[in-house]
Design a protein around this ligand. Structure first.
Ligand SMILES: [Zn+2]
Length: 406
């Protein structure tokens, strides 16, 4: 029976979104949390862009050290041999290559430079080159799949498979599909081409999660594994993406999903922490009505609802909040000592002692203090306990992550 996996693209799609951004250290922490959660893969970097390369190499190193569990780190680039070549200098072994396939984009983006045939040729050249250079796993993305002629999309997916691609990414780039249309289209591609299919759905019409689930059902019913692309809190280009937790909860608890299996062992206890971290890192509050982790996701006020929930939570709650690692917020009162960009040794040692970390020598403490100062000058928001612990545990990798030399 084919399975459903999750590929989180927060560190690529959300990171490239207008008006918001995160630091390389924050991207790293997101990878660590995704690893703890048991997520299959993180689209973690643009490894061909120079300012991403130290971050990418340090994260690949951390992954080899076992810091990210079984999470696979996958780079994204354009379906161009030169992008693949530049990406491989980081040592990345999992890639996605992307090119537009709709007539809208071929005509109005490429403007005569490429046609349907040459689009397939470019993708095939990039995939073939990557495979020859030893890339272990590669996905071929069809940007604007939902507005692409289905016959041509099948041809593209078939060519990708023959070139050695491991996955085909069906991109609903502008959120055009409906659950019914994406189910049918993806099922047809699955049956005809027999290649594992990724669902990459945007939320322009508010259907990203529904379309992702429906598309995954289409892939599985068509006989292939499905890989749902998500972002934490649904943050992404324009109106955003399919929310990671919503998609997981839907596969677990929605009607008639019994026949669909998640292929990874997930630890949802990380979900609330991850959601809160991403919210703070991007500076975007979690909506009060966010599925699972919103402040009102398990709140009941009206008489009938409160009475019903007190009698039996299943009256108004489909799943248990305990599953998601939701904890009461502890805000320290009275005197608070923090450390960061302009901090000194005494304050830094005090903060670390409270986290159970002491230093063997002043030299070591100064080394960590400098990293703390740099880290905070990158994040520009108070360093979290997990960030501070991470800095002390992996100073060499953190130094690399914080190194930006134009
Ligand atoms: Zn996208």
């Amino acid at each position: 029976m084919p399975e459903i996996h999750f590929i989180d693209v927060t560190n690529r799609d959300a990171a490239q979104t207008a008006r918001i951004g995160i630091s390389k250290l924050e991207k790293t922490m997101i990878n660590v949390y995704l690893g703890q959660m048991g997520i299959h893969q993180s689209e973690f970097a643009f490894p061909y862009i120079r300012h991403e390369q130290n971050y990418a190499m340090a994260n690949l190193e951390l992954q080899r050290m076992g810091v990210m569990g079984s999470l696979r780190l996958q780079g994204w680039c354009r379906a161009l041999v030169q992008d693949v070549e530049a990406s491989l200098t980081t040592g990345v072994e999992v890639l996605s290559v992307s090119i537009s396939t709709s007539d809208q984009m071929i005509r109005h983006k490429f403007r005569g430079k490429l046609d349907r045939d040459s689009v397939i040729k470019e993708m095939v050249a990039a995939v073939t080159y990557a495979k020859r250079r030893g890339v272990k796993s590669i996905g071929a993305n069809a940007e604007d799949s939902s507005r692409t002629d289905l016959g041509y999309l099948i041809e593209y997916a078939q060519a990708a498979k023959e070139a050695g691609a491991d996955r085909f990414r069906y991109c609903d780039t502008v959120g055009y599909d409906t659950p019914a249309s994406i189910y049918q289209r993806v099922k047809t591609i699955a049956e005809r081409v027999k290649i594992p299919i990724e669902l990459h759905c945007h939320n322009d019409l508010g259907m990203a999660v529904a379309n992702s689930i429906s598309g995954a059902q289409g892939a599985v019913d068509g006989g292939v594994d499905a890989y749902i692309n998500t972002t934490v809190n649904g943050i992404g280009e324009r109106a955003g993406q399919a929310d990671l937790l919503s998609c997981i909860l839907a596969v677990m608890f929605a009607r008639d999903m019994d026949g669909y299996r998640i292929g990874d062992k997930l630890n949802l206890k990380i979900a609330a922490k991850l959601s809160k971290y991403v919210s703070q890192a991007f500076g975007i509050p979690i909506p009060i009505n966010q599925p699972g982790v919103g402040a009102n996701a398990f709140a009941h006020a009206s008489g009938i609802h409160a009475d019903g929930t007190i009698k039996d939570r299943r009256n108004y709650e489909l799943y248990d909040f305990e599953l998601l690692g939701i904890e009461e917020e502890r805000i320290p009162a009275g005197r608070v000592i923090t450390t960061g960009e302009y901090g000194g040794l005494a304050g830094m040692k005090y903060v670390y002692e409270r986290l159970g970390i002491t230093f063997h020598s002043d030299e070591e403490a100064y080394r960590i203090l400098e990293l703390v100062q740099y880290a905070n000058s990158h994040t520009q928001s108070p360093l979290t306990d997990d960030e501070l612990i991470f800095i002390a545990k992996y100073p060499e990798q953190v130094r690399k992550i914080l190194t930006m030399t134009p």
